[in-house]
Design a protein around this ligand. Structure first.
Ligand code: TMP
Length: 204
């Protein structure tokens, strides 16, 4: 594995992925290890504009439009990734697995179509490792309830998130060596330790 890997943090709403990516970024900064941290949808100013459009509560795009918007946001991020690829560690809050989990497993868009479009955008870029954060229904429900504002994708019913999470797990089972599952129903500090120790191994 590259010593400057692409490391992705995946998981459904309330699964703690954003907490861990922030903790990892702080950890690397403290050690003066150069890295970049981006999110999807989002990243540069163009993809942040697309993010606002997709997640706006007043938007009611169909599932194919959503797919194409997520990919449009990714297309903008690819430029950022290419600049740092193999030169710096790249941390990404959601990436290609989210598209398969949400748009295919959650919404039923064709799997091969998503794969083809992702390959078209990524070309030679490969994700090295993924932390997949998992959350149970009870914690998902209570964590969503605590959010001050909910966006369009925070409002699906529980069965949708269940399908999406199962989709993520299926993807991780295809390449077990490249995934670390993080059970976010357990103690967050212990999980942080688990994630940081794994990061040490990935970059040494
Ligand atoms: P966030 O709240 O974690 O930033 O993610 C925004 C939402 O976008 C989240 O509900 C998952 C969704 N999403 C997709 O449906 N497909 C994708 O390809 C990506 C990157 C995110």
């Amino acid at each position: 594995m590259s010593k400057k890997p692409i490391i992705v943090f995946e998981g459904i709403e309330g699964s703690g992925k954003s907490h861990h990516i922030t903790a990892v970024s702080k950890y690397l900064s403290k050690k003066k290890i150069s890295h970049i941290k981006i999110r999807e949808p989002g990243g540069n100013s163009n993809s942040e504009k697309i993010r606002r459009l997709i997640l706006n509560n007043k938007s009611d795009f169909n599932k194919n439009t959503d797919l194409l918007l997520y990919l449009a946001a990714r297309s903008e991020n690819i430029n950022i990734i290419k600049k740092s690829y193999k030169k710096k560690i790249i941390l990404i809050d959601r990436f290609t697995d989210s598209t398969i989990a949400y748009q295919h497993f959650g919404m039923g868009v064709d799997f091969n179509l998503i794969k083809t479009l992702n390959n078209f955008l990524l070309q030679k870029i490969k994700v090295d490792f993924t932390f997949l954060n998992l959350v149970n229904k009870k914690n998902l429900h209570s964590r969503l309830k605590k959010r001050k504002s909910l966006n369009r994708y925070d409002k699906f019913d529980m069965s949708f998130y269940n399908k999406v999470q199962k989709g993520f797990v299926k993807l991780s089972n295809l390449k077990k060596r490249k995934y670390q599952l993080v059970n976010s129903n357990l103690d967050i500090r212990k999980n942080e330790e688990l994630v940081l120790r794994r990061i040490d191994q990935l970059i040494k």
